[in-house]
Each structure stands twice: as C-alpha cells, then as structure tokens.
Design a protein around this ligand. Structure first.
Ligand SMILES: [Zn+2]
Length: 209
C-alpha cells in the first residue's frame, strides 16, 4: 500500500509531545480472521520496513493502534548485527538507503512472551527509529519463549536468544507502550554526526519516569 512516516519522539531540537503520548498508549489485539483494514496495516508495515534500514517496525511507530510488528524472520551470517542497529538509529540521516534485508521479514501478530530465563541476560546496543540519533546499551533477557500469529493466522511458538530475542523484546515493548529509554539503561550514546540536543534525552527520561 504505502510507506508511512515514522512517529518520532523528538526532532533535533524539541520533544514532540503528541507523538510521545501516542507511543505510550498500549496497542490493541488483532482478531481473526483478519479484517481488510488490518491487512492494509500489515501491507504498510511491510512497505515501511522494506524502505528503511532497520531490524523491525511496530504498528504504532507508523501510527496504527494494533498489536503487530514486522521484523527480521531469521538471523544469518550475512547480517552484521551492530551495523544494523547503527543504521537504524541513523536512518533519518540516510533517507536514500533501503533495507538490505528487505525480503527477510516476518509479520508478528499479537506477540507475547510466555517465559523468560531469568538467569540468561544480554547487554547489547539498540537503536530505534522512533528515537533517532541515539543508541542505548540495555540489559535484557537472553533466552525467551515466545508466541505470535503469522499473517496466515497460524500460531507459532519459538525459543529465541541473542539478537532475535532482543528484537522481539524491543518491538513488544513498543506494542505495550514502552520505549527503550525506560529500560535498565547501562550507557547511552548520541550519534557523532547528528545535531541532537543531548538535553532532550534527559527531558524525555524525566517525563517517562
Ligand atoms: Zn524501536
């Protein structure tokens, strides 16, 4: 259908309250069989995912109030995980770049985590299309058991770890109205070649705490 604009929490100079409020609202579950309206949302999510260098995009990041995200389906050795996170955080500086993993995607509908292995922890860097020009090192579960429906309505259960687990948790947070800045933050970095005012990061963190 169409490539949508990403709902962002800030421009380089100020917070965008309307967008922050929208992203904080939890999304609604999808009912099956999928309606025509939901099919259009899925098409927009896929089109948008394919047009931006990123690992995933959640429905509310393009303005829809549904529990769906589109993201990588599998990780293989061709994917440079760190580079992908960096490209995602800098996507609004490189608007001519497409997603080099455009054909590697899955539609995750009503995703949920069934179990976390609390002894299994990862601390990795994350970028987010809605928080452009920063990268955060965040503590998350490593091994998780998840379930979701794919676009054919098939229920899928998987055990994830590493990058795919981080991606699932990040996108599920979006659908639950939570931003990565609200997490167990270890370190934050502002991208070198951006004009982002560092105070915005602290302002947003205060606002959400
Ligand atoms: Zn994100």
């Amino acid at each position: 259908m169409s490539i949508k604009k990403i709902v962002k929490v800030w421009s380089n100079k100020e917070l965008i309250d309307e967008n922050i409020n929208f992203l904080r609202r939890p999304t609604k579950n999808v009912f099956f069989p999928i309606s025509g309206n939901t099919k259009e949302i899925i098409e927009d999510l896929v089109d948008t995912y394919q047009s931006i260098p990123c690992a995933g995009v959640a429905a509310n990041q393009i303005g829809y109030d549904k529990s769906i995200f589109v993201g990588l389906k599998y990780l293989d050795e061709s994917i440079d995980e760190e580079e992908l996170e960096e490209k995602e955080s800098q996507a609004d500086q490189n608007i001519s770049q497409k997603n080099e993993y455009a054909e590697n995607y899955e539609v995750y509908i009503n995703p949920q985590i069934d179990r976390t292995n609390n002894k299994s922890i990862q601390e990795e860097i994350e970028g987010c299309l809605s928080l452009p020009n920063i990268s955060l090192k965040i503590k998350r579960f490593d091994e998780i058991k998840v379930r979701y429906y794919n676009k054919n309505g098939k229920s899928i259960r998987k055990t994830l770890n590493g990058f795919m687990s981080k991606l699932f948790q990040h996108e599920l947070d979006h659908l639950n109205g939570k931003l990565m800045i609200q997490h167990n933050l270890i370190e934050g970095y502002i991208d070198d070649n951006s004009d982002l005012d560092p105070n915005l990061f602290h302002e947003l963190k205060m606002k959400l705490s």
